[in-house]
Design a protein around this ligand. Structure first.
Ligand SMILES: [Zn+2]
Length: 204
């Protein structure tokens, strides 16, 4: 077996790509080769995009979404003021919800969910900030859009109790069968919720 390998500097580049999530050894090698050899590759632009976004990217002080100012474009949008406030676990949950086009209010990312076993209690999440926002922004409704797992359920329950004294109406997103999935493929919990949250045919 030959010990021949790429030169050190190139191996270091491959090693750096291997550190990226979801990139295996073959992909890392392919990306590194492409970057160095392909006329389409623009390594300088890649470098500058990385450093520019690292410098500019902030967390919105209100909702936790990605921003280039203290506040994100959603929180800066006055048309969204006083409308629904949708609570999500993480900032990356916001875009998929926003892209449905259904919702025109603001969001609040908690930064996780209650998980006592992992040492995550209410103080570790952005719950105090949430209650403060509800007090100052007076949303028309608070929508809980947390996961349907045990921690998500516990977090929803906790939040509903904390928000109740403010008098703001609290709802949660419906849970049921995924689009393109039939009853046969659904797990028990999903089916149970789909049945429990059934609605009159023709409405929604
Ligand atoms: Zn924001």
């Amino acid at each position: 077996m030959s010990h021949l390998d790429y030169p050190d500097s190139f191996r270091e580049l491959v090693r750096q790509f291997r550190r990226l999530p979801g990139i295996g050894p073959r992909s890392a090698e392919r990306i590194a080769l492409w970057l160095l050899r392909s006329p389409d590759a623009k390594p300088e632009q890649l470098l500058s995009a990385i450093s520019t976004s690292r410098e500019n990217l902030q967390t919105c002080r209100l909702c936790g979404f990605f921003a280039e100012e203290e506040e994100c474009v959603l929180c800066g949008d006055e048309a969204r003021a006083g409308r629904e406030l949708c609570i999500v676990e993480t900032a990356t949950d916001i875009l998929p919800l926003e892209r449905t086009g259904v919702f025109r209010g603001r969001y609040h990312a908690l930064g996780g969910k209650l998980s006592p076993l992992d040492g995550i209690g209410p103080e570790q999440l952005r719950i105090a900030e949430l209650l403060e926002r509800i007090g100052t922004e007076r949303p028309s409704e608070v929508i809980l859009a947390l996961g349907a797992d045990v921690e998500g359920e516990a977090t929803s329950h906790y939040l509903a109790e904390m928000i109740a004294p403010t008098g703001v109406h609290v709802t949660r997103i419906a849970q049921g069968l995924p689009a393109g999935g039939g009853v046969e493929q659904a797990d028990q919990i999903t089916l149970h919720r789909a049945l429990a949250n059934r609605g009159t045919y023709g409405q929604r």
